[in-house]
Design a protein around this ligand. Structure first.
Ligand code: SF4
Length: 66
């Protein structure tokens, strides 16, 4: 699995950080998403998929085949 975030789309809602804090963080100054783990370990995949699903900006893309 490979995770891609679109900083330009992110609105800083922070849902992804609440669901998968090991994979996503937010910049202190403006709350824009910071990707901590572009290739998360298997035990995080469910949380990453959930984060992508709830992101209100559609800013998280998950490539399942990578
Ligand atoms: S949930 Fe989406 S909009 Fe909110 S911080 Fe994460 S990537 Fe940005």
């Amino acid at each position: 699995m490979k995770v891609i975030v679109d900083e330009a789309k992110c609105c800083g809602a922070g849902q992804c950080v609440l669901i998968a804090p090991e994979v996503f963080d937010q910049r202190d100054q403006d709350g824009i998403v910071v990707l901590l783990e572009p290739e998360p370990a298997g035990e995080r995949h469910t949380a990453v998929r959930e984060a992508a699903a709830v992101c209100p900006a559609g800013a998280i893309h998950v490539d399942e085949d990578a």
